[in-house]
Design a protein around this ligand. Structure first.
Ligand SMILES: *[C@@H]1O[C@H](CO)[C@@H](O)[C@H](O)[C@H]1NC(C)=O
Ligand SMILES: *[C@@H]1O[C@H](CO)[C@@H](O)[C@H](O)[C@H]1NC(C)=O
Ligand SMILES: *[C@@H]1O[C@H](CO)[C@@H](O)[C@H](O)[C@H]1NC(C)=O
Ligand SMILES: *[C@@H]1O[C@H](CO)[C@@H](O)[C@H](O)[C@H]1NC(C)=O
Ligand SMILES: *[C@@H]1O[C@H](CO)[C@@H](O)[C@H](O)[C@H]1NC(C)=O
Length: 379
């Protein structure tokens, strides 16, 4: 017993010494090594600070008057009455651009078909396309005429007078929360999605109805990025200058491809935007900053994809919510993913085992696949 104790102590001591060694090497190299693994470790530890304290919202807070300048562009196209007097389960914003007529049409005739949703699923979902003005052919009146016509036919465009560019995505985010505050504050849930995303609306509606029954509040759900480090390479699309964001980790946020918040969160985020510097142009990161100010944190759902595309299989269709990177196959996917036989594929013990096996082979790969995570195979 006595011997054992001494050996244990020695072992502990060795562990401690080696730990200290590793730590000091890391500390010394910390600022010099710009290796991605190190920067991930670094930002991952840093994220606890970022997420737990309010120094970000403090340093980015501005006066309401200054904050208003970021998001008060006049409306060029609008339809204020979309939600009026309706019990809207979900207000679904699609981030579109003036030129993307085909994508919008594909969405309206598949997962965004409001009449399909209300007849088949018995709930009201309102679809709105958010956009600015075309940055190159800004004064091309024929493009704007075409948009007017589209709006006459469908009444689902909301356009503000800002240039529709990658670096103005945060302005588009502000548009969505402002519009919701002004015209659809009673919607139970708000979703924002890219126009090349496929959303399995029947699955999403079932999920949201469940949440509504449980009277869930404080909800922000999607594919969560935790402790992502800002990109400091100038040649990157996501380059983040130090002046704009000085910390080594972003707050936790959900991938902008598609996420859902509950109505109370939408209201809180809108309030937060009223006193924040919105020059941070990565919209989903800015959402993370607003969330810190609002005291909301994101939660993961394994069937919301980030950049990833869904594997094509009925066992997946049965559970999937979003999938990214669809343009030409959206009609095909809608047809196969909502086919009646999908619902029964995993019924019974045999069906369950079969689907688990299939999902494991599709999702649990030893290398990174950019699809749903392996966890999804077991839910
Ligand atoms: C929407 O769905 C309904 C059936 O619920 C269908 O009649 C209609 O053609 C669909 N609209 C489009 C644009 O595909
Ligand atoms: C203006 O927009 C129309 C419709 O999208 C397009 O066909 C036309 O080529 C554009 N004109 C210019 C000068 O870009
Ligand atoms: C964003 O839109 C505004 C208003 O049109 C414009 O002045 C600004 O240059 C745009 N910013 C970028 C980065 O495109
Ligand atoms: C917002 O932040 C940017 C830096 O990202 C800064 O240049 C700008 O002056 C700030 N705006 C206000 C109103 O503080
Ligand atoms: C920052 O957010 C916290 C809640 O997370 C809040 O208590 C605090 O008032 C906010 N600070 C500013 C300056 O907005």
């Amino acid at each position: 017993m006595f011997m054992n104790c001494r050996r244990v102590r020695k072992w502990h001591f060795l562990q401690l010494v080696s730990m200290c060694c590793v730590m000091s090497v890391l500390m010394v190299c910390w600022d010099h090594v710009d290796h991605s693994v190190v920067s991930h470790v670094k930002s991952y530890s840093y994220r606890y600070l970022i997420n737990s304290y309010d120094f970000i919202n403090k340093s980015l807070s501005v006066s309401p008057k200054e904050a208003a300048r970021f998001g008060s562009f006049p409306y060029l196209l609008n339809n204020e009455g979309v939600c009026k007097d309706k019990d809207v389960l979900l207000l679904l914003f699609v981030k579109s651009s003036p030129g993307n007529f085909r994508r919008r049409q594909a969405i309206r005739s598949t997962w965004g078909n409001e009449s399909y949703i209300s007849h088949q699923l018995g709930v009201i979902v309102k679809l709105v396309f958010a956009m600015g003005v075309h940055p190159v052919v800004r004064f091309n009146s024929s493009l704007q005429d075409k948009l007017h016509k589209e709006h006459m036919n469908h009444g689902d465009l909301v356009q503000q007078d800002f240039l529709d560019t990658f670096h103005n995505l945060t302005v588009k985010l502000l548009l969505q929360f402002r519009w919701t505050h002004e015209n659809c504050a009673h919607a139970r849930f708000l979703m924002t999605a890219d126009d090349d995303v496929f959303i399995h609306l029947p699955n999403l509606v079932r999920y949201l109805q469940d949440l509504r029954r449980q009277k869930v509040r404080n909800l922000w759900v999607g594919h969560v990025h935790r402790g992502a480090p800002p990109v400091r390479r100038r040649d990157s699309k996501y380059y983040m200058p130090f002046d704009m964001y000085q910390w080594s980790s972003y707050p936790d946020y959900t991938a902008g491809a598609g996420y859902v918040v509950s109505g109370d969160v939408a209201a809180k985020i809108y309030q937060a935007t009223q006193s924040l510097n919105a020059s941070m142009y990565i919209d989903d990161v800015f959402m993370g900053i607003c969330a810190i100010a609002a005291g909301v944190s994101p939660q993961e759902h394994v069937y919301f994809s980030g950049e990833g595309k869904t594997p094509y299989h009925p066992c997946i269709y049965e559970k999937m919510i979003t999938s990214h990177g669809h343009e030409d196959d959206i009609r095909y996917l809608w047809k196969v993913a909502t086919a009646p036989q999908v619902k029964s594929i995993s019924s019974g013990l045999v069906g369950k085992l079969y689907c688990t096996a299939v999902k494991m082979t599709l999702l649990c790969k030893p290398y990174f696949t950019n699809k749903y995570s392996c966890m999804a195979a077991f839910t």
